[in-house]
Ligand binder design. Sequence first.
Ligand code: 5GP
Length: 189
Amino acid sequence: MKDLKDKILSEGDVLPGGVLKVGSFLNQQIDTVFLKKIGEEIRSLFADSGAEKILTVESSGIAIAVAAGMAMDLPVVFAKKSKTSNVSGEIYTSLVHSFTHGTDNHIMVSKEYLPSGLKILIVDDFLAHGSALNGLIAIAEDAGCEVVGCCSVIEKGFQLGGDNLRARGYRIESLAIIDEMTDSDIIFR
Ligand code: 5GP
């Protein structure tokens, strides 16, 4: 997605440890006009997928999943990172290592929102080592759902999570794939 590459080049900040900061348009602050285009791009990639529900993980995946859900007329469910009083009843859970926080979280989804047999599209903001997508895939498959695809907005190809999932046969699409990034340069695949 050319607009996304341009925005990463003009507004992205490469932080130490292989982290790309895109707080000005995708994370802390959200460019809603641009977010709408992201939703439409995800729809055009997955229009043929048969997806019936979109699954993501809080918090930065939610806006993107909702943009895609609105473009595709699909409901969105998000995995929570902590058990709050409004998570009741039985849950599916999976352990996810957070790349940016350096912590391990049990992510969870109430069983009532993932009935078996559904076709699921998984969406997130970043794909790095793949822990978040692996955790979401595990939850969807535990529920007896079919993962028809996964879409990240920005994949850091040098961290290999995407290529490992593709090698396992999953359909993984990313709106921009970064193969190399340094303080002074970002190279896209
Ligand atoms: P993974 O689980 O694939 O290693 O990392 C993906 C998750 O970590 C995403 O949900 C995203 O929130 C966060 N993340 C990973 N790399 C980056 C990055 O470079 N920048 C930002 N802002 N978030 C990242």
